[in-house]
Ligand binder design. Sequence first.
Ligand code: ATP
Length: 195
Amino acid sequence: MLKVGLTGGIGSGKTTVCKVFRSLGIHVYDADSQAKQLMNFEPLVKSQLMATFGEDVFQGDQLNRTMLAKLVFNDEQKLAALNAIVHPAVGRDFESWLNGYRAEKYIIKEAAIMFESGSHKSCDVIIGVVADNETRIERVMSRGGQTREEVISRMNNQMDQDELQARVDYVIDNNGQMALIPQVLHLHDIFLSEQ
Ligand code: ATP
């Protein structure tokens, strides 16, 4: 089974591209959503978070994400401590998720931060989804909930798109001029034929 990583910055279109792969019957592991689930529900992760950031980061059973975000904001050591808890937990969760799909020709692991988290090491090939910064900003703003400044701030904390393009094996251009479905079908054929 081929393990395909799929990454891209905020608003590049990862979720949209994954929807097309899902419509072809491909199973997608959403690393960002799983990380949130694990932080809320996985006993070991919860106890590590409380030991590192204090019991107050949980209100009852619920992780106070705003408080945690404030604690790690502009504090590299605390951010590294958070990543050292969450990234290995996602790695373990992905490995056990894989067990349900061993018979598949290929699966996709979607993650906004793939190289920064070391997640790429668990994949055989990587797809990068790219779009111009202005297109990404406008799409995220029209999706709702985030201001231009918030999107730019997130972009500045993520890998530069030129670097991302240089590191991935395949690029999906989501600027709007090239249709997504033929690009996905092309990669689908490649991954099926790589068996
Ligand atoms: P995030 O990292 O913030 O989760 P993402 O990379 O998963 O973002 P999407 O959620 O897929 O990106 O796309 C961002 C927004 O842009 C969504 O509202 C989506 O519907 C829209 N969008 C994505 N691709 C296109 C496209 N080719 N044409 C028009 N709108 C698009």
